[in-house]
Ligand binder design. Structure first.
Ligand code: AMP
Ligand code: GLY
Length: 422
């Protein structure tokens, strides 16, 4: 029987999820709220924002939506899943309480401590003076984090004590992140290569995706400010089977067990970000949702029907399910607006996407785009140019050939996505 699906969100992640769900043999109508200039080509964009929970519930009821798939962390933290379930509506994602694992870094660090999950040493502070004393005592490098959701901007990796003092002032005195900075986590700096892990769970069983790697800094060679993510590759070969088993056993299983034993079983996508340190894998953070731009590469490699697997999750029927993956590689390069992650201009016309998608293996996902008769830029991360190939090198070459065919004023992208893995 066909299922009508509502995808909530407007980024590249949501375009990729919608793109994959649209390929299901059982897809009925596909809606995206609010969607972007790309999702309108594969489904119907609905003018409801991702945080307008009551409106989304009403829409799902009126349109007999069979499954709602939530992209953004903010919607989860607001309790969208609880609101839908109260109305008997089927939805993919964790409850508000289970989503604390992302929405409160203080909660997440305490959970890791309790469950014995390897992570950076840390302390939690609510008083500026105490936090200041602690960074002076510990010295640099050191990492300062606003505990709450801060649009990916609440983490300060500080190379000097002075920088850490500045970060504390911004968060705790100037309230740059408002309530998200009411609690501050200060932790040890971890050295090593970063990887993203994705595990789908129905609250009882789980299935792991291959490892992927995001490139978070704005500049080539991993320099400059942190962003939402400038590009991804998957799989990451250096994370071999034994490393994946270790991560499953030391990180994913105990996190899910801990949440379940606390009465908040996690159903949805659990995404720990890890550093592969010389002392083994250590968790930087947990996310309670699909990664962006990790999802763009995962959807290119996934062979299994996404609708089937998301429904199984929402129904608590994941036991015995497997996900099949293509044997090749995928890469996604983000084209951003000049100036991002600081201020940037929008409203510039975008050209060349059709030509880019003629490059074999290339699919362009939209993020910050709108269509008002002309396709225009409307956000910091504008497009995700994805490519698949039998080799990582081949996939990267195709993606960059496509990137050069797309134009908009101020187009900025990193030329070194995946380069270190070659
Ligand atoms: P988070 O949102 O907590 O993942 O932090 C954003 C980024 O900051 C991460 O992707 C890392 O690149 C960096 N980061 C966070 N915590 C640490 C840490 N303890 N040591 C080194 N880098 C970190
Ligand atoms: N890839 C970064 C994030 O989704 O948070």
């Amino acid at each position: 029987m066909a299922t009508d699906v509502l995808v909530v969100g407007s980024g590249g992640r949501e375009h990729a999820l919608a793109w994959k769900v649209a390929q299901s043999s059982r897809i009925g109508k596909l809606y995206v709220a609010p969607g972007n200039g790309g999702t309108r080509l594969i489904g119907e964009n609905i003018p409801i924002q991702a945080d307008e929970i009551t409106k989304l519930v009403n829409f799902a009821k009126e349109h007999s939506i069979g499954l709602t798939v939530v992209g953004p962390d903010n919607s989860l933290a607001l309790g969208i899943v609880d609101a839908f379930q109260t109305e008997g509506l089927r939805i993919f994602g964790p409850s508000r309480l289970a989503a604390y694992i992302e929405s409160s870094k203080a909660f997440s660090k305490k959970l890791m401590q309790e469950a014995g999950i390897p992570t950076a040493e840390f302390q939690i502070f609510t008083k500026y003076e105490d936090a200041l004393l602690y960074v002076r005592e510990r010295g640099a490098p050191i990492v300062v984090k606003a505990s709450g959701l801060a649009l990916g901007k609440g983490v300060y990796v500080c190379e000097t004590v002075g920088e850490a003092e500045e970060a504390l002032k911004e968060i705790m005195v100037e309230h740059a992140h408002k309530d998200a900075g009411a609690e501050v986590v200060i932790e040890e700096f971890l050295d090593g290569e970063e990887i993203s892990i994705h595990a789908l769970s129905d609250g009882k069983d789980f299935v792991m995706f291959p490892a992927s790697r995001d490139h978070k800094r704005i500049g080539e060679g991993n320099t400059g400010k942190n962003t939402g993510g400038m590009g991804t590759i998957a799989p990451v070969l250096e994370v071999d089977d034994s490393a994946m088993k270790e991560i499953q056993k030391a990180v994913v299983q105990p996190a899910l067990d801990n949440l379940a034993s606390e009465g908040m079983p996690f159903s949805g996508l659990l995404y720990p970000g890890l550093k592969m340190t010389s002392r083994g894998p250590k968790v930087l953070e947990f996310n309670a949702r699909f990664g962006d731009p990790e999802t763009q590469v995962y959807m290119r490699l996934m062979k299994t029907d996404l609708l089937d697997i998301l429904e199984a999750c929402a129904d608590g029927k994941l036991a015995g399910k497997r996900i099949e993956w293509d044997s090749g590689f995928a890469v996604n390069v983000v084209l951003a607006s000049g100036g991002y992650p600081d201020e940037y201009k929008k409203g510039f016309p975008i050209t060349g996407i059709e030509e880019a998608e003629k490059v074999q293996g290339v699919v362009v996902f939209h993020a910050g785009t709108v269509y008002d008769g002309v396709l225009k830029t409307s956000g910091g991360r504008v497009l995700g140019v994805s490519a698949v190939g039998d080799t990582l090198k081949g996939a990267i070459e195709k993606a960059y050939t496509a990137c050069d065919l797309i134009n908009f004023e101020g187009k900025y992208f990193r030329r070194d996505i995946g380069a270190k893995a070659l």
